[in-house]
Design a protein around this ligand. Structure first.
Ligand SMILES: [Cu+2]
Length: 271
């Protein structure tokens, strides 16, 4: 019976590794089609895969040792001597130093990604050049929608609302292919701006204006969600991020501005 259990536990580990390995190929690990659509997202994914490799290796080694111990226990003969390792100074030193070294390595290697995510002076574009993201909109979360304020075409984003500002609800338009910045705020409770395919997530905290930057590398629509359970209508904060070429972004702003300031009296010839 002991042999059965040692093989059983070994098989469980082998199946776990095999399924994890295969499911990565099926695109189950990450939201969307399995890969990030932003520069920072690609770095985050690479970190994830690196940490996953370390964890997998650790898992395989510890499971193999466990399997060996189980097998030895199942096949031990009454005359065999038992080996006690409790209180072994050497083992204690090894399993303290090895995990510490691994954690220190991860802490150091992730610093650059963290800096790009949090420190404005460290933002790089997809070609690795340091860049300054362009502030394009103010994104205000409220129960239960996203309100977005853009400056008029050709004007910079003013921290205070301007008469010619352009507004949209639940649809954040951004130019694609270069880092842009949105100012995140909330009108009421805590919300969280989350675009899974870009790997961007940031809490919106009352009284704070938090800059968030990212680049959307493809021209397409992305899911934009609230990742904070913010009240009964939390589910309604499922919105859309539209990444489009500069020229289409500007054209969309122009169209929205015309619609927004339509007073109902203009004749078609005036437009
Ligand atoms: Cu919310």
């Amino acid at each position: 019976m002991g042999k059965f259990w040692s093989v059983f536990f070994m098989l469980t580990a082998v199946i776990a590794v095999a399924v994890s390995w295969l499911s990565a190929g099926w695109g189950w690990w990450f939201p969307g089609d399995g890969y990030a659509h932003s520069t920072i997202g690609k770095r985050i994914d690479a970190l994830f895969y690196m940490i996953m490799a370390i964890v997998t290796l650790t898992f395989i080694v510890t499971q193999a040792v466990l399997g060996y111990v189980l097998w030895r226990g199942a096949t031990i003969k009454p005359e065999d001597k038992v080996l006690f390792s409790h209180g072994s100074h050497g083992l204690e030193v090894i399993w303290t130093i090895v995990p510490s070294a691994v954690l220190l390595f991860i802490a150091l290697i992730q610093m650059d990604v963290w800096a790009q995510f949090r420190i404005k002076g460290s933002i790089k574009d997809q070609h690795g050049n340091l860049v300054k993201p362009e502030p394009i909109a103010e994104l205000t979360a409220r129960q239960f929608e996203w309100r977005i304020r853009y400056p008029a075409n050709g004007k910079p984003l003013n921290p205070k609302p301007q008469p010619d500002d352009i507004y949209s609800v639940n649809e954040l338009h951004v130019p694609s292919g270069r880092p842009v910045e949105v100012t995140l705020r909330t009108d009421d409770v805590q919300h969280a701006f989350f675009v899974p395919e870009l790997r961007i997530k940031q809490d919106a905290v009352a009284s704070l204006k938090i800059p968030v930057w990212f680049d959307a590398l493809e021209n397409r629509d992305y899911e934009m969600l609230c990742a904070e359970l913010c009240g009964w209508g939390h589910y309604k904060m499922k919105a859309k991020l539209v990444a489009q070429p500069d020229i289409e972004f500007e054209a969309w702003k122009e169209r929205t501005s015309v619609e927004q300031f339509e007073d109902g009296f203009r004749k078609p010839a005036d437009q």
